[in-house]
Design a protein around this ligand. Structure first.
Ligand code: NAD
Length: 398
């Protein structure tokens, strides 16, 4: 069993992942600066599910599993010495890196939020890479990236896992084969930081032989996992606000409280999805299958299925009887796109993903219903504008 550090282990994906890895018998340490909780306070919103504080979470895990999780409050973007000292002492064999600002709308609010997102995400990732090299730690780095780096061109091409095999014309008609990073087309400053992360990884894998896996993850839905269900103090976040709430959580919450499901634009945007239980399974599979030293960065698409936003709304409406309303899209993005994605590596490692149609009612809707008294209607509208001339939230039609 390995010593594993989970950076960002207080967050929506990080917390259930830390529990899963601990349940598997690994020695798990969490590093988090609790910035996500402060952002809730800044936005005047909170998780629909009541989240215990970190000591409460760790004590509950000890109670139900007998296992110990350690925790350090370190800002990995601005406390390099603290991060370095912790890594030197713990000597992890694996580092799982979730510790970034991850909401696209939040990253587009204004110049201050754009600068915060770039500063936090790029510095944090780079500090980690520099510390691994400085300490000569041969830890496998597993990073959570996003499907959003590919952009959503929608011409029917199947998105490969990170690399594109091309041949470039040379002199005398010679063609040179190359495998290059898939050209990125980030749709927000947040997605831009994930695109830049990829270059940092490529450099450090080549230059220093770091072993790195970058997981290009789809939009995560669902709340609970096998471990977070074991005690109320272990419950995971459920974000439904206009910045951090992903589209499905927003629809589910709207359905439960009798609000129309607000679809941005035509709802023709197609996106990739994965259940939180499969997120933790995939991270565990990635941890168990590191690249060799000197190998290029492993890039895996961590997705289960794709859906058009309007189909998603129909699915929730069918299940709950809610109405659907179309509102102006605050984002600058194609009104319609198709999306095909290869998830061959995780499939070959044995992933049988949970699908929305099978599991929607069973779990997520139940959570939305159980905690509906904590729901705050003011939290739902998206307020961040991608460009100065878009106005979000205007109801256009049913
Ligand atoms: P989250 O905001 O819930 O969790 C991130 C955690 O990192 C928070 O607990 C935060 O306090 C911590 N953190 C942020 N900056 C830090 C810093 N400088 N130092 C220490 N800790 C810091 O986000 P999440 O939904 O759990 O996402 C985790 C990762 O997965 C992100 O990198 C995100 O880009 C990626 N991802 C998430 C989704 C999704 O749908 N949630 C989809 C694709 C990719």
């Amino acid at each position: 069993m390995a010593r594993i550090v989970v950076l960002g282990g207080d967050g929506f994906c990080g917390w259930p992942t830390a529990l899963k890895l601990s349940a598997e018998g690994h020695q798990v340490a969490i590093i988090d600066n609790l910035s996500r909780r402060r952002i809730d306070a800044e936005l005047g919103v909170e998780s629909l599910t009541p989240i215990a504080d970190m000591p409460g979470r760790i004590a509950a895990w000890k109670r139900v599993s007998g296992r110990t999780l350690s925790f350090a409050n370190i800002d990995i973007a601005h406390d390099y010495d603290g991060l370095r000292a912790y890594l030197a002492d713990f000597a992890p064999q694996t580092v799982v890196h979730f510790a970034e600002q991850r909401a696209a709308p939040y990253s587009m609010r204004d110049a201050a939020h754009k600068r915060y997102t770039v500063d936090n995400n790029i510095n944090g990732t780079h500090n980690l890479l520099a510390a691994l090299v400085e300490l000569d730690l041969d830890a496998h780095l597993v990073h959570l990236g996003t499907m959003g780096v590919y952009g959503y061109d929608g011409d029917g091409l199947e998105l490969p896992e990170g690399y594109l095999d091309v041949s470039v014309a040379g002199p005398n008609g010679t063609r040179y084969p190359r495998s290059i990073l898939y050209p990125t087309q980030p749709g927000s400053v947040y997605h831009l930081t994930k695109s830049l992360d990829q270059l940092l990884f490529q450099f450090y894998a080549r230059n220093d032989g770091l072993r790195i896996t970058d997981l290009h993850q789809g939009i995560v839905w669902g709340t609970q996992t096998e471990e977070t269900r074991l005690d109320p103090a272990l419950i995971n976040r459920f974000d439904y606000d206009g910045d951090y709430g992903t589209v499905l959580n927003r629809f589910l919450m709207q359905a439960v409280v009798g609000h129309p499901l607000t679809v941005h634009g035509t709802g023709g945007q197609t996106r990739a999805f994965i259940n939180i239980q499969d997120t933790v399974r995939c991270v565990s599979l990635a941890v168990a299958n590191p690249p060799a030293r000197g190998e290029r960065v492993h890039i895996l698409n961590q997705v289960a299925e794709t859906h058009r936003v309007s189909d998603l709304a129909e699915l929730v409406a069918e299940t709950t009887g809610a109405e659907v309303a179309f509102v102006d899209n605050p984002r600058k993005e194609a009104a319609e796109n198709t999306l095909r994605v290869s998830n061959q590596t995780f499939r070959s490692l044995g992933l049988e993903p949970i699908l929305l149609r099978d599991a929607l009612l069973a779990e997520t809707l139940e959570i939305a219903d159980r905690y509906k008294d904590r729901y705050d209607v003011r939290a739902i509208p998206a307020t961040a504008l991608w460009t100065r001339n878009t106005r979000p939230g205007t109801l256009k039609s049913r």
